[in-house]
Design a protein around this ligand. Structure first.
Ligand code: DAH
Length: 350
């Protein structure tokens, strides 16, 4: 083996020993660098004759090319090895279970409200929405509630800033103010027909939403839900109330095995008034009377405050508790569970 072959072999061995790109570049410098062996050999040709330079130069070039090829091969090998190592280190185990995305759901009371809206919607009722901060007029006065009624006391009602001493603002204690708000709008829309003595389309509306009272225990929450119902026309009777509400209850609870009782009661805004109780004839709640709503024929003073003539317009109203309906439907025994925000409870309704 001549000197140049030995040099190529030695370069190959050095390159093979280099295990990092830095090692390899250092090894390269020893052969191909400015002070490298090949460069030295080239410089050493200065004393040779032209003829000798030719053959010697060609031989050195062959060696140089062999070393460069060895270098390129080794570079490639190191790059491949690095890539393999990286792939191995960053390998994904595609058999691992994926990270779950949390699935949200509606609150049980929201589910009930949607259900109520769908059922009354199918009976031709509109759905109305209104403010939770109310004036004393809409919440009490327009609903025929006398000045000294106990519901107006600070023990029962949250009063808020704004309004005047004579007409304070408050958090609505029931959804009944929506009777007045909605009816007034309705009457306004049909004012021309009414003034011309023509018939007005019936008012048929429900108004679900949040209500507030100074009250807190296992069955009372300072914030709770109500859903108001109102049907006013020229010929709407208590019988219609019975039909509508019985239909609603049987659809809501998906049971015909259910009877209703209209128990005489008192509300300032209805006359006569009745509490509506239901009784399941079978199942876990069978045999107990359960109160679900207040109701009655709308008081003439209230009809007047709607802007209508009580001699001509008559109808019924009811106010029910969606929280209570939710408890009955799902068998929940503590109202506070709805408002604690505990995901373990809420996720059961997803
Ligand atoms: N607003 C009443 C309450 O909160 C419930 C009620 C009773 C609503 C009779 C009505 C009704 O519309 O006619 O206790």
């Amino acid at each position: 083996m001549n000197e140049l072959d030995t040099l190529v072999e030695s370069a190959r061995a050095d390159f093979a020993q280099a295990t990092t790109p830095v090692d390899l570049e250092n090894a390269k410098a020893r052969y191909l660098g400015k002070a490298g062996r090949i460069t030295e050999l080239m410089k050493g040709m200065g004393a040779l004759s032209v003829e000798e330079k030719k053959t010697r130069g060609a031989a050195i070039n062959v060696a140089k090319q062999a070393i460069e090829t060895a270098l390129t091969d080794r570079r490639q090998a190191l790059a491949d090895a690095e890539l393999q190592a990286q792939l191995k280190a960053e390998a994904l185990d595609v058999s691992l279970p994926g990270r779950q995305r949390g699935v949200g759901g509606l609150h049980p009371v929201s589910l009930t409200l949607e259900r109520i809206e769908a059922i009354f919607g199918s009976m031709g009722f509109e759905v109305a929405d209104g403010p939770e901060i109310e004036s004393d007029w809409f919440n009490f006065t327009a609903l025929n509630t006398p000045e000294d009624h106990p519901a107006r006391s600070m023990h029962d009602t949250f009063y808020v800033e704004g309004g005047s001493a004579k007409a304070p603002n408050l958090l609505r204690t029931h959804t009944s103010p929506m009777q007045i708000r909605h009816a007034v709008q309705h009457v306004k829309r049909h004012r021309a027909a009414l003034d011309a003595g023509q018939a007005m389309p019936e008012i048929r509306v429900i108004a679900p939403g949040r209500t507030y009272r100074v009250d807190s225990d296992a069955t009372h929450s300072p914030m709770f839900h109500q859903c108001e119902g109102l049907w006013i026309g020229e010929n709407v009777s208590f019988k219609d109330l019975k039909v509508v509400f019985t239909d609603f209850c049987r659809t809501f609870f998906e049971s015909d095995d259910l009877v209703l009782r209209f128990r005489p009661s008192f509300f300032p805004f209805t006359e006569p008034s009745a509490e509506i109780d239901i009784q399941f004839q079978s199942g876990p709640l069978a045999g107990r009377w359960l109160e679900v709503a207040g109701s009655g024929q709308v008081h003439p003073n209230v009809v007047r405050n709607m802007g209508l003539d009580p001699e001509r317009y008559i109808g019924f109203a009811f106010g029910m508790g969606p929280d209570r309906l939710t408890m009955l439907r799902y068998g929940v025994n503590d109202l506070r569970l709805f408002f604690d925000g505990d995901v373990r409870f809420l996720s059961q309704f997803r």
